[in-house]
Design a protein around this ligand. Structure first.
Ligand code: ARG
Length: 281
């Protein structure tokens, strides 16, 4: 079995202090069902703890009252090589999150700009190798792809999402390392499936059940893959490919339509390999 190498990362997370489902902007959200805030907090805390145990650096952005979706930090921005394109949210309910990210990055050593076009950050823009895979169809608008390509000087590969349940790219595709991805083919238009097959012939493919368990909403450090616990077939496939799956129960976070990756904005490398991650050989 190949030896996968973990590298230390920097992540930004937002505690779910005000998490709730009081409106519906994706098919997973049902405001008529009460949310267990305490359980959501415990599930979020476990993701945080796993990252820290693995040797990653986790930073926090302060949650704001009245913004129940702010826990899904992945949507706040796209970050590459110290440059930050802050999101422009599609739905009015989340628009006020963007200034918080502008402030957070502005106060630190990043080069920051807010996107002109509707663009939901790492929900729809995922870097892999030298490319930026970009989703569209439900949230980020087409023009945001060109804007992002210019801003980062990186080739953007536009992918059309066609199933409302998988409304952000990160609900249907996860980057595992510089060359490896996993995804759920049926979430993409036929032409986009063709592009993915060509670029990543060895990709791990999710079945409908694991996709519905939000298994693609995962965070990888090149070796450890933190993913929603329901995605058991994906976990087995990851193991076969030499990765170490780390399941996290996200049942309550899923009520807002988000899992592990949605709660995690990747800021880049923290320098070097991980300190001494538990379980690493
Ligand atoms: N309720 C949030 C929304 O619909 C969930 C966002 C999930 N985030 C993600 N990166 N897929 O905007």
């Amino acid at each position: 079995m190949s030896t996968r190498v973990a590298t230390a990362r920097r992540y930004l997370m937002c505690p779910p202090s005000y998490f709730d489902v009081v409106y519906s902007i994706n098919p997973w959200m049902d405001p008529s069902k009460p949310v267990d805030q305490r359980l959501a907090y415990l599930q979020w805390q476990r993701i945080y703890d796993v990252f820290v145990e693995l040797g990653h650096q986790v930073e926090l952005i302060a949650p704001l009252p009245g913004l129940p979706d702010m826990v899904y930090a992945a949507n706040g921005a796209t970050v590459l090589d110290g440059r930050v394109l802050v999101a422009r949210f599609r739905h009015q309910e989340r628009v006020a999150e963007a200034p918080a990210y502008l402030d957070w990055f502005g106060a630190r050593r990043f080069e920051v700009r807010q996107a002109d076009y509707v663009n939901e950050g790492q929900g729809d823009f995922l870097a892999v190798g030298g490319l930026l895979l970009a989703g569209r169809g439900f949230r980020s608008e087409q023009a945001s792809h060109a804007e992002t390509e210019t801003f980062f000087s990186r080739t953007v590969i536009g992918l059309n999402l066609v199933q409302a349940d998988y409304y952000h790219l990160d609900t249907a595709l996860a980057v595992l390392d510089e060359r490896t991805i996993m995804y759920y083919p049926a979430a993409f238009a036929p032409q986009s499936q063709q592009i993915l097959r060509k670029l990543y012939p060895d990709a791990i493919l999710a079945d409908a059940q694991d996709a519905a368990a939000f298994g693609l909403n995962a965070v990888s450090d090149g070796r450890h893959v933190v993913l929603p616990a329901g995605a058991t077939n994906l976990a087995a496939q990851l193991r076969e490919h030499g990765f170490e799956p780390i399941p996290a129960d996200v049942s309550e976070l899923l009520r807002g339509g988000g899992g592990v990756k949605c709660c995690t904005l990747e800021l880049g490398s923290a320098g070097g390999t991980t300190a001494n991650p538990k379980g690493a050989a």
